[in-house]
Design a protein around this ligand. Structure first.
Ligand code: MG
Length: 246
């Protein structure tokens, strides 16, 4: 099932994708009789997180690209919900940076509150998966010595276009295209820390609320974006998250 959220008069409405249409979901996530054309709705980020927890250095090749050692446990950081950017939305190029980077990532969407969850139970807390772009001001990441400013500007978390609830995460292909040219390409088989491990690990640090997301790290091939660029995160089985830089 592919779950979307779309805007109607300033309100976020849930829907389920059926081919090229969206069935509107009512109270209690019950299907209504209303069906809209997918091309007619204005998509929002597909969930409403209280926080986005991000794993750094979780693909072997990306750790090598940065000349970093493979970490013994996940390095995690937060992006605030004010970072969210909708599918099709504009990633704002802040005046404070001169080196704005994309990072294609698979995002885990939490469906059931998770606190101190063992790895074997992690799947019970996952609603599904979506595409994310962990937009980063690379120069500020280096300059500040920690990552809050570099990762947290408004629009630095494009998310969507949908939540796929039945994704096979064993070997899902993930790509990033910049103006049509492939810049990152890998599969989730290259993850250092697995999805159940990440959910368990984070839940032992902080309570995860339904709608929260865990970004699972980016593959090798990170690089800069410029104003006017089209950036696409493409994950097999989920779809394509498209944004422009402005
Ligand atoms: Mg990242």
């Amino acid at each position: 099932m592919k779950i979307v959220r779309f805007d109607r008069d300033g309100q976020g409405i849930w829907g389920v994708v059926e081919d090229s249409t969206v069935r509107v979901m009512g109270a209690g996530f019950k299907p209504s009789n209303e069906v809209l054309s997918l091309s007619d709705v204005s998509l929002l980020p597909p969930c409403v997180p209280t926080k986005a927890v991000c794993a750094g250095l979780n693909y072997r090749e990306h750790a090598l690209e940065l000349s970093m050692d493979i970490p013994e446990e996940p390095i995690i950081f937060l992006k605030p919900p004010s970072c969210l950017c909708e599918p099709g939305g504009v990633i704002r190029y802040p005046s404070m940076t001169r080196n704005l980077h994309y990072e294609a990532e698979l995002a885990i969407v939490i469906g059931v509150l998770a606190r101190d969850v063992p790895e074997s139970e992690a799947h019970k807390h996952i609603l599904g998966y979506t595409c994310a772009n962990d937009v980063t001001a690379r120069d500020l990441q280096t300059k500040d010595g920690q990552w809050t400013r570099a990762k947290s500007f408004d629009t630095f978390l494009p998310l969507g276009p949908c939540i796929e609830t039945e994704l096979d995460t064993a070997n899902a292909a993930i790509s990033l295209r910049l103006n049509g040219e492939t810049k990152q390409h890998s599969t989730t088989a290259d993850l250092i820390f697995s999805i159940p491990y990440l959910v368990s690990f984070v839940s032992r640090v902080m309570t995860l609320i339904p709608g929260d997301v865990i970004l699972t790290g980016t593959p090798s091939g990170i690089g800069p974006m410029e104003v006017g660029d089209l950036v696409e995160v493409d994950i097999d089985g989920i779809g394509i998250l498209k944004n422009t830089v402005g």
